[in-house]
Design a protein around this ligand. Structure first.
Ligand SMILES: NC(=O)c1ccc[n+]([C@@H]2O[C@H](COP(=O)([O-])OP(=O)(O)OC[C@H]3O[C@@H](n4cnc5c(N)ncnc54)[C@H](O)[C@@H]3O)[C@@H](O)[C@H]2O)c1
Length: 414
């Protein structure tokens, strides 16, 4: 274990975990089934994922289904110490390696600590656990059945490895399941990013120019919610079709260099690096806010911002002021790390209900198909994806039409 253990923290963490459980009916239902069958009995599961209440509930579901779970964070700032303390205290079957705000070296040490248990299955969010496995010398590796990857950036890294033929075991791309990116990336990120920005800054969005870099699933969600709050939304893109989509959705589309002098808030959601650099900082007005919603803290080039700043100061919890030589201050939220988790509680529980149901069923798929999968990135089968949507509709009490046999033969592609 590497965690701050303290009864008061654990009690606060448990309260949060009990709260999210009430809003995660699909995962609860799956959990009850798997616990009855002890589906993961004898399996060790290594997890690197944002250490907050919803993930703690996921770890508990896996442990109740028989698994030994070894868990660390996937971003030092998104770890909540009370949640880590609660998980570490509740059961002997979950080992936790996570402390809020640890330095890079400790973060890497925690990933290695999870791997020292030689997990059979992994859950990764962003790909750091898989990369740590790949960094091990061949002699220190063991056969991993496979794993599930949560996010767009992690899947990108997996696909790069697949192309180079260096993927060490089968991985399931959870992100591209419809019940993941339609809801998590769009509605989850959309709501939680704005919520975190408002909470961290206590400022008014209405009437402001909100510049969003990237009009993918996350960017679209953020744009939709910023618009709903009364912002004038400006979109910066590199993909011509996405740029057109933003235009037809009613947003202003321009280059970042043009947006820089007029933006009040800048939010990156691209998965790319150096989206905002010193080519833009110098054009921004005093007290502009910069926040990142992409997985890694590479979208806003803070090294360059630091190099042109006279000094920095902590202006509010989670807001760093970069004081430029000409008496302008730029306010960076959550050190440029993904703002909704580093300065907030992340996605709403109802959203993670679906993402984590997919993760759980993805792990089950891996053990059910052990020995038949190769070192490739697999999409989650559509029937599993659909089963989560059906379960969610059921929990919401929503009924929908179903094709008749006649309609099916007319409408079906085969
Ligand atoms: N904050 C969260 O909770 C959360 C949730 C899900 C995903 N993510 C992360 O957010 C990022 C985006 O995910 P997504 O699912 O929206 O991906 P996506 O692929 O759907 O969209 C990314 C968009 O950014 C655009 N883009 C790329 N480079 C750009 C650049 N330099 N300037 C402007 N636009 C650029 C692409 O053309 C694309 O349209 C990823 O890093 C992903 O892992 C974060």
């Amino acid at each position: 274990m590497s965690v701050i253990k303290n009864p008061a923290l654990a009690s606060s963490g448990n309260q949060k975990i009990r709260w999210v459980k009430d809003f995660m009916p699909t995962l609860t239902k799956i959990g009850i089934e798997l616990a009855k069958k002890q589906t993961f009995a004898g399996f060790k599961i290594g997890m690197s994922i944002h250490m907050e209440a919803k993930t703690a509930y996921l770890a508990t579901i896996l442990s109740n289904a028989g698994a030994s779970v070894f868990i660390t964070g996937c971003n030092p700032l998104s770890t909540q110490d009370d949640i880590a303390a609660a998980l570490a205290t509740n059961t002997n079957d979950i080992e936790v390696y996570a402390i809020h705000g640890v330095d890079e070296e400790t973060y890497r040490r925690h990933l290695k600590a999870v791997l020292l248990h030689q997990p059979d299955l992994i859950i990764d969010d962003g790909g750091d656990l898989l990369e740590a496995y790949c960094d091990l010398p061949e002699s220190k590796r063991w056969p991993v059945i496979g794993g599930c990857e949560e996010t767009t950036t992690g899947v990108l890294r997996l696909r790069q490895r697949q192309k180079q033929k260096t993927l060490p075991f089968p991985m399931i791309d959870i992100n591209d399941a419809r019940c993941k990116h339609y809801y998590d990336n769009r509605y989850g990120t959309g709501q939680s990013v704005l919520e975190a920005i408002m909470h961290a800054t206590n400022t008014l969005i209405a009437g402001k120019n909100v510049v969003i870099a990237g009009y993918g699933y996350c960017g679209r969600g953020i744009a939709m919610r910023a618009h709903g709050l009364g912002a004038k939304v400006i979109v910066c893109e590199i993909d011509p079709a996405k740029a057109l989509e933003a235009h037809h959705d009613g947003f202003i589309v321009m280059k970042m260099e043009k947006a820089a002098p007029i933006g009040d808030y800048f939010i990156t959601a691209t998965g790319c690096k150096d989206v905002i650099t010193s080519a833009h900082f110098n054009k921004m007005h005093n007290n502009a806010f910069l926040a990142n919603a992409g997985h890694f803290d590479v979208e806003i080039n803070l090294k360059q911002l630091r190099s042109i700043s006279k000094s920095t100061s902590e202006r509010r919890n989670g807001v760093t002021g970069y004081h430029l030589s000409y008496n302008h201050t730029l306010n960076v939220l959550a050190e440029g790390r993904l703002v909704n988790l580093a300065a907030g509680d992340g996605h709403p529980a109802e959203i993670m209900d679906m993402s984590f149901s997919l993760q759980t069923l993805g792990l089950k798929y891996l053990i059910d198909h052990h020995g038949t999968l190769s070192r490739k990135v697999y999409n989650l089968p559509r029937d599993i994806d659909d089963s989560v949507a059906w379960s969610k509709l059921d929990a919401l009490g929503i009924k929908i039409d179903q094709l008749t046999v006649d309609q099916y033969s007319y409408y079906s592609p085969n």
